[in-house]
Ligand binder design. Structure first.
Ligand SMILES: [Mg+2]
Length: 229
């Protein structure tokens, strides 16, 4: 299921623009501040509002699902969750663990003349903080990520963030690839009409990424080292 190196290299050889999902391909943002802890903290922030949260939100471990729910409960809930999540993601970005091999891949792809962008459902502030702290911000031509009070419906799997990056880069979709570790990454890439590489960073994930239609599957970011180097 993991693609042959020659297949990955052929795909990359023609690509001029490389889009990176953030959590997974670039780092493990929730390495020291786990997503379920953030979800529980968001519920703590909402407690003073005295809401009767739906059972799925009371049990939810994915903070982005709480973000998606928040606007349905009114503007005060939306603002509380959005502000809280931005702060917690920034804190998480400070203790995120770099994905092995990615910094080198980013530098080599950029040096080879390709243009790079981040496309992520995480907040733009967290991504700028992490990439700046790790000396990577300057390698990216654009960051297409969750903006303040952005409609959660426009996050991946919606193609909006990819379309935004294509516009900012002036990129031809046929010459652009997204590297992502989630089924929603592959879905958004297909809807946007760009290529996709699935990063199977946990056992068994390659099957889901393959079934969703990823053009290649890797399990080590170092497999993206450009063929010319
Ligand atoms: Mg991801």
């Amino acid at each position: 299921m993991i693609s042959e190196p020659a297949h990955v290299h052929r795909l990359l050889a023609d690509v001029k623009h490389v889009l990176f999902d953030f959590d997974g391909p670039i780092c493990d943002i929730f390495a020291a501040l786990p997503a379920p802890t953030i979800a529980a903290t968001l519920r703590d922030y909402l407690a003073p509002l005295g809401l009767d949260l739906p059972p799925d939100i009371r049990a939810q471990v994915d903070p982005l699902e709480i973000l998606r729910y928040a606007p349905t409960a009114g503007p005060l809930v939306a603002e509380t969750v959005e502000a809280g999540l931005r702060g917690l993601e920034l804190q998480a970005a400070l203790t995120a663990t770099p994905t092995p091999g990615t910094a080198n891949v980013i530098k080599q792809l950029r040096t080879s003349g390709r243009r790079l962008a981040v496309v992520s459902n995480n907040s733009d502030a967290a991504i700028k903080t992490y990439t700046d702290n790790h000396g990577l911000l300057g390698y990216f031509d654009h960051i297409s990520a969750r903006a303040l009070f952005q409609d959660p419906a426009l996050l991946k799997p919606h193609p909006y963030l990819i379309t935004q990056a294509l516009g900012a880069l002036g990129a031809d979709p046929a010459l652009t690839v997204l590297i992502g570790d989630s089924v929603t990454d592959i879905q958004s890439a297909k809807t946007a009409g760009i290529l996709s590489i699935g990063y199977a960073n946990t056992p068994g994930k390659e099957h889901h990424l393959h079934e969703t239609g990823a053009d290649a599957i890797i399990n080590d970011m170092a497999q993206l080292t450009p063929p010319s180097t």
